[in-house]
Write a protein that binds this ligand. Structure first.
Ligand code: DP6
Length: 333
């Protein structure tokens, strides 16, 4: 019997949207309805090892030491199928993926997970490193993951109705363009109740505010991009807060409303605004879960962390900074 081949390893980081993606373009393969802009975060990572194995009859997928659930398995296999089709092979793969941050920490592990998977799958089948095509493949699995292919500040355009074409993220500015900190206030250890895919589809179907959100989002995006390029943290914080609240307003107005916040979420938002009133530059953003992520200058990170830890219901904080895009993990053995 031949020796099993060495796995191909890739690493990717989660990202946080400063201009949110919420909603899909009809008649596309998971293209967003609105453009989004995020910052890729250093210090937190998904590492994925992928090994083609001719003995397998289906892909074997392990996430954080457990077999992947059915929905994740389908998304993973669909992405690896693209690499197989491009390479002209049918070999099944073993995928072992793990995060070095808690999955329930409110940092979308799917974003870093599918970004690392796209890089590993291409390399394992002998395809060249290509962040554009890898970003397109990742986007089809989970749109926010398209942004984790690239480092620093990253934009993903909206799709065009009925057109299923290449749609990939691009870098707006490198990590050093604006050296901010993101303090994540973790408010629960439970996994979120409504998955983002379901939450946004339900919002699109039933919320009277969804069309307003879709027409507002490009204007918010333009302001986020301009703030990043001007390295203006205050302007960025102000519009990031607006984007998060507008996204949640559209979800809250669905029938029934999609409510991701718990008491600690609201208390943390008020704490951030109180900090601001006292002269500390801090702005919040919230994704499809109850955790609060706070943007601030590096020099204010300790003060912001301390203030958030003083909010009842905030269990712990994680500090992150702008980081690099997905890549092969050469350092791994
Ligand atoms: C609130 O990328 O998880 O985090 O494409 O359906 O997998 P799917 O959705 P996903 O949605 C992320 C939504 C968000 C905002 C954002 O990251 O832009």
């Amino acid at each position: 019997m031949s020796q099993p081949s060495q796995p191909t390893r890739a690493i990717a980081h989660p990202n946080i949207a400063l201009a949110k993606y919420w909603g899909k373009t009809p008649g596309t393969d998971n293209a967003p309805a609105v453009p989004s802009l995020s910052v890729t975060l250093a210090g937190l990572a998904t590492r994925t090892a992928l090994r083609p194995d001719p003995a397998l009859t289906e892909d074997a997928i392990s996430l954080n030491g457990r077999p992947a659930d059915e929905a994740t398995r389908r998304r993973v296999t669909a992405l690896v199928d693209r690499a197989r089709a491009r390479a002209g092979v049918t070999t099944r793969v073993e995928v072992v993926s793990a995060n070095d941050f808690p999955t329930a920490a409110g940092l979308a592990s799917s974003a870093s997970g599918f970004a690392a998977l796209a890089v590993a799958a291409r390399a394992a089948f002998g395809l060249p490193f290509d962040p554009v095509e890898a970003s397109d493949w990742a986007r089809r699995a989970s749109a926010s993951s398209a942004r984790s292919l690239l480092g620093g500040y990253v934009e993903l355009p909206a799709g065009v109705e009925g057109r299923d074409e290449l749609l990939a993220a691009t870098q707006v500015a490198p990590p050093a363009a604006l050296d901010l900190r993101v303090i994540v206030a973790v408010t629960t250890e439970q996994a979120k109740s409504t998955l983002s895919t379901d939450g946004m589809n339900h919002t699109a179907r039933t919320s009277p505010y969804y069309s307003s959100w879709v027409s507002l989002a490009p204007r918010l995006l333009a302001r986020v991009r301009a703030a990043v390029l001007a390295a203006d943290l205050e302007a960025l914080g102000v519009v990031a807060e607006e984007s998060a609240l507008a996204m949640h307003a559209s979800a809250l107005a669905a029938a029934p409303g999609v409510l991701y916040w718990i008491g600690a979420t609201i208390d943390a938002m008020h704490r951030v605004r109180a900090l601001r009133a006292s002269g500390v530059g801090a702005w919040f953003t919230i994704d499809a879960g109850p955790h609060v992520k706070v943007l601030c200058a590096p020099g204010d990170a300790a003060r912001v962390s301390e203030a958030l830890l003083g909010v009842p219901g905030v269990l712990r904080v994680i500090e992150a900074r702008p980081g690099e895009g997905a890549r092969l993990d050469e350092a791994a053995t």
